[in-house]
Write a protein that binds this ligand. Sequence first.
Ligand code: AMP
Length: 309
Amino acid sequence: MRIVRTTAELREHVRDVRASGGTVGLVPTMGALHAGHVSLIDAAVGRTSNTVVSLFVNPRQFGDASDLSAYPRTEEDDAARAQAAGADVLFAPDVDEVYPDGYASEVRVSGPLTERLEGAHRGPEHFHGVTTVVTKLLNMVAPDVAFFGAKDAQQVLVVRRLVRDLDLPVEIVALPTVREADGLALSSRNVRLSADDRARAVAIPRAIEAVVAALAGGEDDAAALLRVAAGPLADAGLAPEYVAIVDPATLAPRTTVDAPSLLALAVPVGPVRLIDNALLSPVTSDAPVPALSGAGWSDHRVPPTPEKG
Ligand code: AMP
């Protein structure tokens, strides 16, 4: 696996791949790679002849400077993981390579997709930072296919809208959330949880599971389902920023889960803000699977990590 720092070198590589009839897959990441990222790399390796993993902690999508400075940076380990997963190139540019002196452009998706949920809480600027860097990465790499995680469901919707609206010549593939054996969604931020907070964080998947069980039991009133979600969180002493049940295409709030719906939540746990989501399918619905679902939306659990000791 090659480590590439500049766009010029990357383009040369991609030109060679294309000249020999190959296809290119892109897996954009901010590093601190875990099994969730690896599932995206696996999918890319399976779909395209050449996989580029980008590693760039994008300052423009962090509203909070302390969140940016606390973001884990583990390039050596990331390179080893990406290589083991079969990546061909790790594209790890410096901030100056991506945003050179005098940088003044931005790409925005406007409206509800960037204003609701995460947009309402982190500000739509978060997504403007995401769409700007994703557009740049797509232009730098020019992949045939780019791979994203359903863990960041709203991000998938925003990126799909960006690609459609700007006619970007790339296929976007969304892959299921990879979880720890106890259900906690893998996240680069999990390493910052204390042992106590890690134990409390399991209330997030418990809340999702409780909603899924209540829905399966016939409860389809969104307000009632949100009260069900509140239980495990309150029991763990967690106060969510939001828990919402929304239309998975528009993110508009739903009153009844009579069609596939997205349950999305953001929960601060100690110093870390965690997000998670699940696609809710009503028992009675035969509605077509909505925009969010790609190659399956069901979750996937990794085996427990053996205790050290
Ligand atoms: P990040 O490095 O957090 O920006 O994430 C890079 C990509 O990995 C994004 O498309 C995320 O949605 C995806 N991702 C993060 N966590 C997971 C997970 N637990 N399972 C699957 N994909 C994930």
